[in-house]
Design a protein around this ligand. Sequence first.
Ligand SMILES: NC(=O)C1=CN([C@@H]2O[C@H](COP(=O)(O)OP(=O)(O)OC[C@H]3O[C@@H](n4cnc5c(N)ncnc54)[C@H](O)[C@@H]3O)[C@@H](O)[C@H]2O)[C@H](O)CC1
Ligand SMILES: [K+]
Length: 487
Amino acid sequence: MSHSERMSFETNALLTPHETLQMDAHMSSSLEFLMENAGAMVARLIRQHFKSCRVLVACGPGNNGGDGYVVARYLQGWGWPVSVAPWKKPQHGSLAARAAQEWTGPIVAFEAAEAMRAELVVDAVFGAGLSRPLPEDVVHFFQHVPRCVAIDVPSGVDGVTGACWGEVPQALLTVALVRKRPGHLLEPATGRCGQVVCVDIGMPEEAFSGLKARYWENTPSLWPLPLQYEQDHKYTRGVVSLYGGAHMPGAARFASDSARHTGAGLVCVSSSEEGAALYRTVLPGCVVDQKTPYDSVKDQRRRVWVCGPGLTFKEVESVLPTLLEAQCHVIADAGALAWADGLPEKLRGVKVMTPHLGEFVRVFGPVRTSRLEAAQQASKETGSVIVLKGADTVIAAPDGRTAINRHATPALATAGSGDVLSGIIAALCASGMPAWEASCAAVWIHGEAGRQAAQAKGGWIVAEDLITFLGKARHAAEKSQKLSINR
Ligand SMILES: NC(=O)C1=CN([C@@H]2O[C@H](COP(=O)(O)OP(=O)(O)OC[C@H]3O[C@@H](n4cnc5c(N)ncnc54)[C@H](O)[C@@H]3O)[C@@H](O)[C@H]2O)[C@H](O)CC1
Ligand SMILES: [K+]
């Protein structure tokens, strides 16, 4: 059992609406207590973030609306001027109806004019499980809202995929209950959520029993990094190999430098006669040879390969099938993905693929669902870990485990940044980490190095800068895991 599976619902696990329903079913006798706590916590957060002002709570017919009535009651109790605008009344006898009954303050029409009169609107219309387009009158209402705080999600956000069912409210603050949801971390929803704060509503541990987390926010607690030991030598640290192309040597250089700076014990670069002469001059820290892939894979220490950065179609064709035949652990990027244009089965056996959206579409075809689901599907079909790169990188494993990474910076959008990532993944795979954990860790370290480099360099960086911060970035992850060797 992997570390993440043992972790159950740690704080970085993400809850889907379906899982929330399962928990609520388990806790049916305590739902009223949970709704009371949810409303109280949201009201407290509002008090922390805003000065007393005219508040309008927009309530839907379900439990999200129920939470809204509780918020209204607490704020009014603290002396705030509060009104409630029900979009639709809760069903008679429901939990939300009971919460509505306890609201004795003003009730106003659900219309734009009321929204405009308010100084702050609480969006308690729909929670994260909505599965149909946002009604027109709800869209119209929220277009006139001055400042908005959303309970669970801004109404119309799909809590799993981050898709929006129409023009959803723009929140300044979104209050997640129990745990964040995958949708909070995925575009376009992230942009509509504002600051996301997660609150404890007193959900007991036993409510999680029988549930197995499948989604996580990518944080260092998800993937323990191997430590450094006294007895280490370069082969215990791990060997990374790559085939260096003769035409675009910069990419192989970035990948090999990045593997070394992340902690690989040794990086071996094989190339043609012409390429090897070049790599010997630019990569003094690597072992450079002219071995054919067929001969290279006979060396049992050379199990982990980066394939693709800087390679032409012909070069990939001459290397990748041999690596896959020998069951090497291949990280496929750039040229290797272009080589499989429209034919993902050519990549069967690859351990990790690192496409950006354009490359992903070239290999797997148009994304008809969401990026999240497309990455999960591709991973299941190919048996490879899919690292779908972006501001909200998705790391999907064939067994369904999915991490979403927000630990990044726009400064990473520079040529060579992807080559650096493939080198980090290779270094961590070579150190013995399983492919999904290595990929998650690499994406985080890449983001951390980008942040540190951008800070040190004043904002704008190139791939070379990123590489020089990889050691520090790995150390930052270790520190955060409280596993630092300097402890
Ligand atoms: N464990 C927890 O985290 C708790 C969370 N709470 C809150 O509960 C909601 C989820 O409640 P639920 O009733 O399942 O969903 P909604 O409130 O979103 O209600 C949906 C409701 O609306 C109806 N509906 C949807 N679209 C339309 C439409 N176009 N026309 C008419 N009606 C529509 C739909 O049929 C449903 O009836 C969660 O967000 C939290 O805020 C609990 O308070 C405590 C435990
Ligand atoms: K909402």
